[in-house]
Design a protein around this ligand. Structure first.
Ligand SMILES: [Zn+2]
Length: 124
């Protein structure tokens, strides 16, 4: 009778120990999941910022003209130099209207590009 009670009691103790072990394992597992999610989120945030930075740099390069300055406002129209109609005619501050080709040429000449001035001298 007493031996049976002792056995039952130790079984209850074992059950209690197992429950605590189970709860401990669950807590550890939950903590591990949280840590993994936090690390994954951090990696994604860093990756997202890098993508954003690259996209901004590409957008800036697209907006800048050959002289490294932003393109002047543009619209459809007729180029004032080559007199050709174009979808993109830049309105310069001086009032001149140039198509993309003439604008690139005028910018490279203004910059004193050695190559383009050489070519201009040869053709004249
Ligand atoms: Zn033109």
């Amino acid at each position: 009778m007493t031996a049976g009670l002792v056995a039952a009691g130790s079984r209850w103790e074992m059950f209690g120990a197992n429950i605590y072990l189970l709860i401990g394992l669950l807590l550890a597992g939950g903590l591990l999941v949280l840590i993994v999610v936090a690390i994954w989120t951090g990696v994604k945030v860093v990756w997202w910022r890098e993508q954003r930075r690259r996209a901004d740099a590409a957008e800036l390069r697209r907006k800048l003209g050959p002289n490294g300055r932003p393109y002047p406002p543009a619209s459809r129209g007729v180029c004032g130099r080559c007199a050709r109609a174009s979808d993109t005619v830049y309105h310069l501050a001086a009032g001149e209207r140039l198509c993309a080709g003439c604008y690139a040429l005028s910018v490279s000449v203004k910059r004193g590009d050695a190559e383009s001035t050489e070519i201009a001298e040869k053709t004249e």
